[in-house]
Design a binder for this molecule. Structure first.
Ligand SMILES: NC(=O)c1ccc[n+]([C@@H]2O[C@H](COP(=O)([O-])OP(=O)(O)OC[C@H]3O[C@@H](n4cnc5c(N)ncnc54)[C@H](OP(=O)(O)O)[C@@H]3O)[C@@H](O)[C@H]2O)c1
Length: 165
């Protein structure tokens, strides 16, 4: 049985992107993302895949969801639905890595959410994480980080687990 995790960096208002890109680039969060997802299958929408400067992401099975049956990319597992993407994943723990469309569809399946909460807002944001019903989630870990010369904003690494029904 696969365990579905999601990982996302959100602003204080749950924004996740603007104009097809991230809101900001914070090396500490990039490193965290790499550490958490390394060795696992990662499932993403085609737009998120296209936003990566270097792709596919190394050391992980990249599963890309698209409705375009002609779409292909070397080193990528292509899926045409979320269900197909999860079925094609080769690891027991599968990470949903965005973007907004895919988070929204996958959220009901997610058991563990790795959240980077960035303490800032962007008026230009145009992509958002779906609203979380916090009654359904338990915070099991939180690590605060101040801003520094490489990371422009304060942020928290937060782990949420879905409460058992
Ligand atoms: N902050 C973060 O942690 C984070 C993480 C990831 C992404 N992002 C941001 O999120 C934004 C992108 O999000 P988005 O919602 O625009 O795009 P997305 O979810 O990355 O990709 C959407 C595309 O995925 C495919 N797709 C989605 N659901 C599908 C389904 N059920 N069946 C088949 N194909 C499906 C379609 O591809 P086709 O059009 O090819 O059919 C669709 O156009 C960017 O700004 C990105 O930087 C932020």
């Amino acid at each position: 049985m696969k365990s579905i995790h999601a990982i996302v960096a959100v602003a204080s208002d749950w924004a996740i992107g603007r104009q097809g890109d991230l809101l900001c680039h914070m090396p500490a969060d990039m490193r965290h993302f790499k550490e958490v997802t390394m060795g696992h299958s990662i499932v993403m929408g085609r737009k998120t895949f296209d936003s990566f400067p270097r792709r596919p992401l190394p050391g992980r099975q990249n599963v890309v969801i698209t409705r375009d049956t002609g779409w292909d990319y070397p080193g990528v597992t292509v899926a045409h639905s979320l269900e197909q993407a999860i079925a094609s994943a080769s690891t027991d723990v599968v990470f949903i890595i965005g973007g907004a469309q895919v988070y929204k569809e996958a959220l009901p399946l997610v058991e563990v959410l790795h959240l980077t909460m960035i303490h800032a807002r962007w008026a230009s944001a145009d992509a958002y994480f779906p609203a979380l019903d916090m009654d359904q989630w338990q915070e099991v870990d939180r690590e605060h980080h101040d801003s520094d010369h490489r990371n422009a904003y304060e942020f928290d690494f937060i782990t949420l687990k879905r409460r058992n029904p």
